[in-house]
Design a protein around this ligand. Structure first.
Ligand SMILES: Nc1ncnc2c1ncn2[C@@H]1O[C@H](COP(=O)(O)OP(=O)(O)OP(=O)(O)O)[C@@H](O)[C@H]1O
Length: 575
């Protein structure tokens, strides 16, 4: 079946599907995408086209319109019509040029409007929690705490269960089993293959508190970054507003739910308990009440999350994903980073230990970014950090600090721009995903301070060429030449699902792409109706892509895919 045939078949399917109103995910969606509006064309009626025109076209259009007006003015017409054949040809060429530009602009308007409409449809869909909503769980006593899962430099994490936090029926197969009598499980070692973690659907992170004091306000204030991925009901209502610096202030910016970002279900302060292994593994951070030589405070912050079976690092120690899975994993990280970036958050400590992993019901790894202890959030979402003295923290994990962060020297007007730093780290982590050593790790590794791009080792030959290109572009030293997480994610989406729409790019290129987008939208909506089984990770990714569609970012991705590293050509075609 040819691409054209496939697209028209997809459109037909989508249209008839919409018409018979079978869309579970929304009669509203169906109404929005009524068959006639589901075409690239008349759908632009409701959209103000001017807003979507790239500056370049606005300029051309204004100047060419002016020129056309002049050409059509009586004086010009007299001069040219009565003039030589050569002058008449010039006049014709001008006219033709204006016509072509207008046509191009019209197509752009239509493509931009298509993107807008698709985005609006997919943006509405909220991420569903895999747990039933619960109203309690603000006290440590509400949980049964099992074995230790992991430990970092700031916290320890235990598996946990709570009677109120049952999984939803639909999630049962892929995540958890009933909360049975779990007491005997507590003593068994944690292993992703045993049912221990399935009986403990939750994970509780206990932060170590040395300096924050023991009042809830002081703890919440000093550990506030950890609350960035917490949901709207995570804190008890009265804690939503805490006294900060003697004034009433709100807690930091919090990000909305995303399939590739951890969700903190509950956050509360409590007295530090003596948990299994505490005396042996972290005696120094215990309070004097539990260890006379311990230096920890009496109370601390607890975060309740979903329990994941692996970190990315643990998973990669025992398994090497195939090329498609690897591409999907890199793409998930980019989607997660883009989501954070759009909400004004830079993680600043991305590494394979801070990425959790589970499987969807089709066996595809789902990656989730966690541990926001080092993140940057700002009220204005600018991600521009004034770096005026050496005490300003640049974030965690020096090995994976982007060049613009690691090379910044403090000074009165110095600002570090974090908008593309997490995307850079994803470029480095891509090596690990494809079974290679991270090029920035180890004594013999490269240093982000001074590496040259040509020193980057090639990814294995089996890695898809587009993924290799994405990793290379993400590791560009100059952030202005580095694609954003969104553009890099778009590249992988096009590579995974839309490569054919890019073949034989000509003047009809954007139209072909718009047709593909509509076709893809129909497919994703249809998939949404068939329930939660199957490749949920792929479906989530496609939804993420469609709900963030922007013509300019799509063009940038197309430009990179078609012209690779040749930025100048890519910019001319797709500014
Ligand atoms: N939700 C979870 N499910 C399963 N395991 C988890 C979860 N959260 C954390 N872990 C495990 O606990 C370890 C430590 O957690 P985390 O990275 O949040 O602690 P940290 O002290 O803040 O880390 P860092 O040293 O990077 O600052 C992780 O590497 C992981 O192995």
């Amino acid at each position: 079946m040819s691409v054209k045939h496939a697209i028209s078949r997809g459109l037909e399917l989508g249209r008839s599907f919409l018409q018979i109103g079978l869309l579970k995910s929304g009669g509203r969606v169906a109404a929005k995408l009524r068959a006639d509006r589901f075409r690239v064309g008349p759908s632009v009626r409701t959209v103000q086209p001017q807003a979507f025109l790239p500056a370049r076209y606005r300029y051309y259009r204004t100047s060419l319109r002016g020129l056309a007006a002049q050409l059509q003015s009586a004086g010009f017409r007299r001069r040219f019509t009565g003039a030589s054949p050569r002058n008449r040809a010039v006049f014709l060429a001008f006219g033709l040029g204006v016509g072509l530009i207008e046509q191009q602009l019209e197509e752009d308007r239509q493509s931009a409007a298509t993107c807008q409409e698709i985005q609006a449809v997919f943006k509405k869909k909220k991420i569903q929690s895999t747990l039933r909503p619960f109203t309690s769980g603000f006290k440590l006593e509400d949980y049964i705490i099992g074995n230790q899962i992991g430990k970092g430099s700031n916290a320890v994490v235990y598996e946990a269960a709570a009677q109120f936090a049952h999984p939803k029926e639909t999630e049962r197969d892929s995540t958890l089993v009933e909360l049975r009598d779990i007491k005997e499980e507590v003593q068994t070692a944690r292993s992703p293959t045993c049912c221990s973690f399935r009986n403990f659907p939750l994970a509780i992170k206990m932060l170590w508190n040395f300096g924050a004091g023991s009042s809830s306000e002081a703890i919440l204030k000093s550990m506030s970054q950890e609350l960035v991925p917490s949901g709207p009901l995570a804190l008890k209502q009265e804690k939503e507003q805490v006294t900060l610096d003697g004034h009433f202030g709100v807690l930091p910016r919090r990000v909305s739910a995303h399939p590739n970002v951890i969700r903190v279900y509950r956050a509360f302060t409590a007295d530090v308990p003596l948990l299994p292994g505490a005396q042996e593994e972290y005696p120094d951070v215990l309070p004097a009440r539990l260890n006379p030589t311990g230096i920890g405070n009496n109370r601390t912050l607890f975060l309740v999350m979903k329990n994941y079976p692996y970190t990315l690092r643990q998973y990669l120690l025992v398994s090497t994903p195939n090329r498609r899975q690897g591409s999907l994993m890199v793409l998930q990280l980019l989607e997660g980073v883009d989501h954070l970036c759009r909400q004004g958050v830079a993680h600043r400590d991305l590494k394979s230990d801070n990425i959790l992993l589970e499987f969807d019901s089709g066996g595809c790894p789902r990656l989730v970014i966690t541990d926001f202890g080092c993140c940057l959030t700002q009220n204005d979402s600018s991600l521009q950090l004034p770096f005026n003295n050496m005490w300003v923290s640049r974030g965690g994990n020096a090995s994976l600090m982007a060049p613009e962060v690691v090379t910044a020297a403090p000074g009165p007007d110095v600002v570090i721009d974090y908008t593309k730093t997490d995307a850079w780290a994803v470029g480095a982590i891509s090596y690990e995903i494809f079974g290679q050593q991270n090029p920035f790790y180890g004594a013999a590794g490269l240093h982000s301070t001074n590496y040259q791009e040509k020193q980057l080792p090639p990814l294995p030959a089996c890695v898809p060429a587009d993924v290799q290109l994405v990793a290379k572009l993400l590791l560009r030293r100059n952030p202005n030449k580095r694609p954003s997480a969104r553009v890099a994610a778009n590249m992988l989406h096009l590579s995974l699902w839309g490569r054919k729409a890019l073949a034989n790019q000509d003047s009809a290129g954007m139209r072909k792409l718009a047709d593909w987008l509509l076709c893809q939208s129909a497919v994703v909506l249809l998939q949404g109706c068939s329930g939660p089984s199957g490749n949920r990770v792929e479906a989530e990714l496609q939804r993420s892509f469609l709900s963030n569609l922007d013509l300019e970012e799509l063009r940038a991705a197309v430009g990179f895919l078609l012209y690779g590293q040749d930025q100048s050509r890519a910019c001319i075609m797709f500014p």
